[in-house]
Design a binder for this molecule. Sequence first.
Ligand code: NAG
Ligand code: NAG
Ligand code: NAG
Ligand code: NAG
Ligand code: NAG
Ligand code: NAG
Ligand code: NAG
Length: 396
Amino acid sequence: MLFPFLFCLFFRLGDSLFPTALLENYDKRVIPYYIDNETVFVNTSLPFIFLDAMYPQEQTATFLFEVCMEWIDKRLQYDPDAYNNDSMLFLPIGEIWTPPYNLYQTLENKVLAGKRGDYASIEPSGRVVIFESQFAKVRCGNNISMFPFDIEVCGLELYSNVNQSVMRFQGVKRNDSNVSGNSEFEIKCEYVFTKKSDNSDPIDQQPAVSFSIAFTRRGFYYAFVIVFPSVLITILTITGILFPYPGDHSSDTISIGLAAMLALVIILSVVADHIPHTQEVPLIGGFVMCCIFLCIIAVINGLIFEYLLCLVKKNDQLPGCLNRLFLYYQKKVSKKSTPRRLIKICSFLTFLVLQALLIWLLFFYVKVGWVSEKAAVHESDIVDLDTMELSYKSPQ
Ligand SMILES: *[C@@H]1O[C@H](CO)[C@@H](O)[C@H](O)[C@H]1NC(C)=O
Ligand SMILES: *[C@@H]1O[C@H](CO)[C@@H](O)[C@H](O)[C@H]1NC(C)=O
Ligand SMILES: *[C@@H]1O[C@H](CO)[C@@H](O)[C@H](O)[C@H]1NC(C)=O
Ligand SMILES: *[C@@H]1O[C@H](CO)[C@@H](O)[C@H](O)[C@H]1NC(C)=O
Ligand SMILES: *[C@@H]1O[C@H](CO)[C@@H](O)[C@H](O)[C@H]1NC(C)=O
Ligand SMILES: *[C@@H]1O[C@H](CO)[C@@H](O)[C@H](O)[C@H]1NC(C)=O
Ligand SMILES: *[C@@H]1O[C@H](CO)[C@@H](O)[C@H](O)[C@H]1NC(C)=O
């Protein structure tokens, strides 16, 4: 007689029960699996992912994200009539069983706001929904050969040490999720993979779900800081050295060349600061190297033409076989031509060829960027998720 009376005294408000009445005889240490021998399916999604910072040289990134988990705990089923017709009850997370999980291969990780006492919402069917905010530093991978048009893939993997027959994660991709990059990176897409395994390997028996997010870089920064100055420097160098001046004036080839080289090497070091120290040459590094190469060709040609001009000034004719070539040219093309004039024409032609090469190089760079901007990332392009050896095979 006494028990119902006490029960009413403690848990009733007017005609309805307090949510804490659900916790009578509830042991939060017991996984729901042990209540009815049924695997607990935990729907896991990330409603909010925010890229905080990317550390390209370490190939890591820090993320702020929210984990949403939904599962059914039969012990928490209730009849709304008894609870003020509420279709949802709230209980502190610490008072009920929650799916245990760890973040795989995270270098740092903290739960945000967890200590403030989050609440779980419970529906009459026993469906429990919780949200947790996390901050984690995770591994990322990319194929540097296309830098800065590469695709950076970061992975967040949740796993638990229990057997898959006890608990299983199910990855859910939400259509209302808010995934955002930062000032440098843009979201390309998000993928969810649920681990399904019938393998007998104990590690494979662990429930796990991974979320992969592919980012692309915004190309503007690199165009502004690297491509634009490199092109200007190269144009100036080629023009300064090879463009024929009227009269006897000649440019100081060596110092123009050295100044250009110095500037381009500094630009190259900016590239080096943004990539991991691998053995692959990134696209933009190749671009700057090509600019350096064009400058060197311009300097070498400039020196040769200068040397020939000096010889012509001294001897009034070109040396050896070049002179024979010149005489042939004089006979066939232009009777009035002088060696000086021929050298100037050659210099101008080299100038045109090098400028054309530079324009072609720039065109090639823009085209590659355009193509990779349009390219779609497919799930299968993200290789080897199990070992989290994240990387992206670019198409073609
Ligand atoms: C769970 O399974 C075990 C044996 O596999 C059995 O003894 C137990 O009664 C079952 N429990 C329920 C609630 O079905
Ligand atoms: C989990 O998701 C599946 C389908 O995506 C759904 O049928 C099921 O009801 C969900 N479970 C919970 C507990 O929300
Ligand atoms: C709940 O709703 C039913 C009808 O929908 C009503 O009869 C009942 O009185 C309500 N209970 C409470 C506690 O409001
Ligand atoms: C997802 O989109 C469908 C329609 O495409 C919509 O009915 C549904 O409510 C959406 N779900 C969420 C969680 O926004
Ligand atoms: C995502 O969050 C930002 C602010 O954090 C908000 O401005 C934006 O509207 C959100 N997008 C969606 C799709 O909810
Ligand atoms: C996981 O549970 C299944 C079914 O109960 C069992 O066959 C398997 O051996 C278990 N795996 C491990 C590693 O304990
Ligand atoms: C990067 O992509 C290129 C092709 O775009 C491919 O040849 C190369 O093997 C890839 N590198 C890695 C490490 O996947």
